[in-house]
Design a protein around this ligand. Structure first.
Ligand code: TXA
Ligand code: MG
Length: 338
């Protein structure tokens, strides 16, 4: 299948809406990351989403709607959900709610991006949309990233420029009175608390069953290993020492950090703060995986959107997450072909 990339315009969005109604899949921008959209009313289109992504069948999709009223057509909102929607929609907050038909729960999100909104309008139905990456890979934040993930598998990608937030929406379980953050994201725990909502992040204890299927899968991982140092005074020094050690082993390091100096002759993505790092994290992983043997990252502090960045680094690192001062563990071979 040939994949067209069209700049988002009223005409291309109208075409995309028609494709969605015809049961086809469309890549499109949201304010968080690019999504892979399908009609939420079309079981066969949704099955294609799983096939195209290589996604596990037990990991449900988020349904995207234009407003709280439309959310009410698929989910039972309730007063707390209404209040959350009132304060944070449209925006990067996904609510897990009881399904209207009583069959379990459903995650609903009301995106802010004008192209995402126009597409939902043109499609005239809610859109089921996961991030537009192959399962387990970093999320796409530009149309071209979607092409490299899903090119040849979908008919159309709408190009709306880079996604702003850069990490996915915050997923909040609002099915019970005690709100729980299942995935930290664009709306931080602090923002929720400041708005008067008592929330806490659901962290998995040992042997505990995940509340959100997404919690149990490897995620956001580029094709080279990622090693992360938890933030702190000494952390940047540790990342630099790791980079030097990587060179000593005859391999090529790449760096992702908050800071303004790489400290050596390796490719580095340096960000002014955690918010900027959220915006560029997935792109940095994607560009570095093409030219280095290992990615060395400095995690920001867990505050605000920093928590979402740390979460993505934890998952991308797959447990290779160390305190400052830790020696660089052994890792695989130099790749001659990248
Ligand atoms: O920012 C976003 O949310 C992006 C853009 C495209 O909107 N979408 C996105 O979708 O990140 P996806 O499918 O990559 O992630 C959805 C997350 C997964 O962790 C999934 O397990 C969780 O939401 N989820 C979906 N339905 C759920 C449910 N009923 N209960 C608990 N967790 C659910
Ligand atoms: Mg995803």
């Amino acid at each position: 299948m040939r994949t067209a990339i069209l700049e988002a315009s009223p005409t291309s969005i109208r075409l995309a809406g028609a494709l969605i109604r015809a049961g086809r899949l469309v890549g499109f921008p949201t304010e968080t990351v690019y999504g892979l959209g399908a009609s939420a009313l079309d079981a066969s289109a949704m099955a294609d989403v799983y096939a195209v992504k290589g996604r596990a069948a037990d990991n449900p999709l988020i349904v995207h709607v234009l407003n709280a009223l439309d959310a009410g057509s698929v989910a039972r909102m309730g007063p707390v959900a209404e209040a959350l929607a009132d304060r944070f929609w449209p925006g990067p907050l996904t609510l897990v709610l009881p399904r209207l038909d009583g069959a379990g729960t459903i995650a609903v999100r009301c995106p802010q991006h004008p192209v995402a909104r126009a597409l939902i309008e043109e499609a005239r139905r809610p859109l089921a949309a996961p991030s537009a990456n192959r399962s387990g890979r970093p999320s796409p934040t530009e149309a071209d990233h979607v092409r490299s993930e899903l090119g040849g598998r979908i008919p159309l990608i709408l190009d709306g420029g880079p996604s702003g937030v850069g990490v996915e929406s915050t997923v909040v379980d609002a099915t019970e009175l005690g709100l729980q953050i299942l995935r930290p994201g664009g709306v931080s725990e602090e923002m929720l608390r400041e708005a008067g909502f008592g929330v806490k992040e659901a962290r998995l204890g040992r042997g505990e069953a995940p509340r959100s299927p997404g919690q149990k899968y490897r995620h956001y991982a580029p094709s080279v290993p990622v090693f992360t140092v938890a933030g702190g005074e000494e952390a940047l020094k540790t990342v630099r020492a790791w980079a030097v050690e990587t060179l000593r082993r005859g391999m090529r390091p790449g760096m992702i950090a908050v800071g303004d100096e790489a400290g050596g002759p390796w490719p580095a993505f340096l960000f002014a703060d955690a918010k900027a790092m959220a915006g560029g994290l997935f792109k940095a992983m994607r560009e570095l995986e093409a030219e280095v043997d290992v990615i060395l990252a400095l995690a920001p502090s867990n505050e605000g959107i920093g928590r979402a960045v740390v979460n993505r680094l934890e998952k991308a690192s797959g447990g290779r997450f160390y305190p400052p001062g830790h020696a660089l563990p052994e890792f695989g071979e130099r790749r001659d072909e990248v």
